[in-house]
Design a protein around this ligand. Structure first.
Ligand code: ZN
Length: 291
């Protein structure tokens, strides 16, 4: 077995184009921690240009580019590969490029082996901060691996439509809230769901069960002027606009008009001796409300 292959077996690297020479191991202090560094090369001849698909006759070697890639620890040492990748220049489209290797994603400094280890640890009952400590990465890296490797659990079997209509109603005595929440598809007029409680924490928790991608697709939320619905829309539907529906708007205007009418009538009654003189007869009252 060659020296290079022995190193690759230790680091679990299957890419045939990565080479390690003798004396490729050094110990350096990186971010204040003594770490093992394996110095390797990625030597591969491209068959064509990835930008213009021109064949290899137009491609020439163009120096190296180096990157530091974190690997799973070896003998409890934080371990890296300093990988020198061959750069190429395409004479046809005047661009440079570097070939990819399967053991690390493009523009990434965490190897796929290390990501796989983190993903495996995420299946155990450990806090993200503990996994970060064990694998010598930051907690945000663990969080990124979680998002990259695992699909969020779908709580509901249906998706949200682009137009949602909210309202509340009195349902049954057993429910915790005074009013229940009802939701409808604004495009098809179909009932989507009923929740026993219309209060903000309850409905926010419900909508957070849908993926962010789905919630981003909601364009309009049609509701009355109940403030928690407006707050909810801002929090969980980043691309949605609140639309106040016509029924509730007319209802609010009607109530406001009634209040002013009653106030004026009360004032007139106070000033005059006979309140009957200033009483608005029923047909006039209805006419005023209509206008
Ligand atoms: Zn090209």
């Amino acid at each position: 077995m060659s020296y290079s292959q022995a190193i690759k077996d230790i680091l679990n690297i299957l890419d045939l184009n990565i080479i390690f020479n003798e004396n490729c191991l050094s110990t350096e202090k990186i971010k204040g921690v003594f770490s093992r560094i394996f110095h390797g090369f990625l030597e591969e001849s491209p068959t064509c240009c990835p930008h213009c698909q021109s064949n290899h006759s137009n491609i020439i070697k163009w120096g190296y580019t180096s990157s530091l890639i974190k690997m799973p620890s070896v003998s409890e040492y934080v371990t890296y590969i300093r990988l020198k990748k061959r750069r190429f220049f395409c004479k046809k489209c005047d661009t440079t490029f570097v070939l990819d290797t399967p053991f690390v994603s493009r523009n990434n400094c965490i190897s796929n082996n290390l990501k796989r280890l983190i993903a495996k640890q995420l299946t155990s009952k450990h806090a993200m901060s503990d996994i970060a400590k064990q694998t010598s990465v930051s907690t945000s890296t663990v969080s990124r691996v979680l998002k990259e490797w695992y699909e969020p659990i779908k709580k509901y079997s249906y998706e949200l439509p682009s137009v949602l209509c909210f309202d509340e109603f009195k349902s049954v005595k057993k429910v915790a809230g005074s009013m229940s929440f009802i939701m409808m598809n604004g495009e098809t007029n179909e009932l989507i769901d009923i929740l026993p409680d219309r209060r903000l924490p309850k409905i926010e928790n419900y909508f957070n069960g849908f993926s962010l991608a789905n919630r981003k697709q909601v364009k309009y939320v049609v509701s009355d002027i109940y403030q928690p619905y407006i707050t909810l829309t801002k929090r969980v539907f980043p691309n949605a606009k609140v639309v106040l529906d016509k029924f509730h708007l007319v209802q609010y205007l009607g109530r406001a008009f009634q209040r002013i009418r009653i106030k004026i009538m009360t004032q007139l009654k106070c000033k005059e001796a006979d309140p009957k003189v200033f009483k608005i007869e029923k047909p006039h009252e209805i006419s005023l409300l209509k206008h």
